[in-house]
Design a protein around this ligand. Structure first.
Ligand SMILES: C[S@@+](CC[C@H](N)C(=O)[O-])C[C@H]1O[C@@H](n2cnc3c(N)ncnc32)[C@H](O)[C@@H]1O
Length: 386
């Protein structure tokens, strides 16, 4: 599956990581270019570079990272042709279905192949995946991808309506996974595909509860046991570092200091105005001149009040706009905060699981000896009662 070499070669499928949200796959093809808002790159420049390299653009507009594909990265980068399964669900399903190296898994529908890539890696070269898709173009595209990604030895993709025509295999699967609009129509066929000599498992992925109810009914009627349903949710958190906020006591002390400074300034201005006024009165006996002085003084006081209001407004702006920095008082320590990101990749639907127990195939002598054991237990029990 994909290249295992340390260095990138022509023809390799690579994943380019542009940003957390822009992750794209491409096949390294000499003669082709990659153009993006982070600059332009020649595929041939990548050849011989180690996987994981940071590559600068030819026009100096940025850089990209070139990564080796994994099923996890493929799920984030793949071209969507349908809704797909994300890692949270894939991991849980793989675990519950007990899919492991060497397992035989039946899957329908293939869709965009997200789940298929992951379980193909899990079952490995000794395992087998039988995947079914009834949309012809989707089936053809997925088959191409499986070929290009070196998975064709493990995955067999069949273009088929599994609800109507069933699966192409019988009594071989360790696990069946159904991601279909009407999984209940395929449960009988799934039972035929599952092996009967060991415990086998099934999972049906459905977006709504009505589908779950029909699926559970069908599983019950078909002889599955241990039926159970889960919803997997993923809640990504965005983590940031922020300066530590000051304590209430520190903030309040800063405010009080600033209030005191303002009050001192106001008292100084009043005292100055009074002194000026007294001096002027002494200098002139002229009543008219006094009256003029009063008018001037009133005007000044008014202006001064206006200034005070202006200062008060500025003060408020300072508190709200600059409090975090200035009150931090140059303290370089930071705190780590996080908030839940609004986007939830990995919702999920409801996962209904069930188990198919092995068929007990007892021979006639086994049954006879079991009956004899029962009879002797019963008679010894009765004699003890006597
Ligand atoms: C949601 S997609 C599966 C996505 C896939 N699990 C993934 O992770 O990429 C469902 C697929 O089932 C296919 N499908 C629906 N009914 C089907 C049927 N009766 N037989 C086979 N495939 C079917 C659809 O064409 C579609 O591609």
């Amino acid at each position: 599956m994909w290249s295992s070499s340390n260095k990138i070669a022509a023809g390799d499928v690579v994943i380019t990581w542009l940003t957390r949200d822009v992750i794209q796959p491409f096949v390294v093809t000499p003669g082709k270019d990659l153009n993006s808002r982070y600059g332009y790159y020649r595929h041939s420049d990548l050849i011989g570079q180690p996987y994981g390299s940071k590559i600068g653009s030819r026009n100096g507009k940025g850089f990209i990272h070139i990564l080796r594909p994994t099923p996890e990265l493929w799920t984030l980068a793949l071209p969507h042709r349908t809704q797909i399964l994300y890692l949270a669900d894939i991991a849980f399903i793989t675990s519950w279905l007990n899919i492991r190296p060497g397992s035989v898994v039946v899957e329908a529908g293939t869709g965009s192949g997200s789940f298929t890539h992951s379980i193909t890696r899990t079952v490995g070269r000794n395992g087998k995946v039988f995947s079914y898709e009834f949309h012809e173009a989707r089936a053809a595209k997925a088959r191409d991808e499986f070929e290009t990604h070196g998975m064709s030895d493990v995955v067999t993709l069949t273009h088929r309506n599994v609800c109507k025509d069933g699966f192409t295999v019988e009594n071989v699967a360790d696990a069946v996974f159904l991601d279909l609009p009407a999984p209940w129509d395929a449960i009988d066929h799934a039972k035929s595909a599952l092996r009967k000599d060991r415990t086998a498992r099934i999972c049906c992925f459905s977006p709504c509860m009505e589908q779950v109810l029909r699926t559970v009914t069908s599983l019950n009627e078909t002889g599955f046991t241990d039926i159970t349903m889960y919803e997997t949710l993923i809640r990504p958190h965005e983590v940031n570092q922020l300066p530590v906020l000051p304590s209430i006591a520190v903030a309040s002390e800063k405010l009080k200091k600033s209030e005191r400074k303002r009050e001192d300034k106001r008292l100084r201005q009043i005292a100055q105005a009074r002194a000026k006024h007294t001096e002027k009165r002494k200098r002139s006996d002229d009543e008219g001149a006094d009256a003029e002085e009063d008018r001037m003084e009133r005007k000044k006081t008014k202006t001064r009040n206006g200034t005070d209001e202006g200062e008060a407004t500025t003060q408020n702006a300072w508190v709200s706009a600059t409090t975090p920095d200035s009150l931090a008082g140059g303290d370089a320590s930071t705190q780590v905060v996080s908030r839940v990101m609004p986007e939830v990749r990995g919702h999920t639907s409801f996962l209904t699981f069930a188990v198919l127990l092995p068929r007990v195939q007892a021979s006639a002598p086994d049954i006879e000896s079991a009956l004899q054991r029962d009879r002797s237990d019963l008679s010894s029990g009765l004699s003890q009662c006597d």
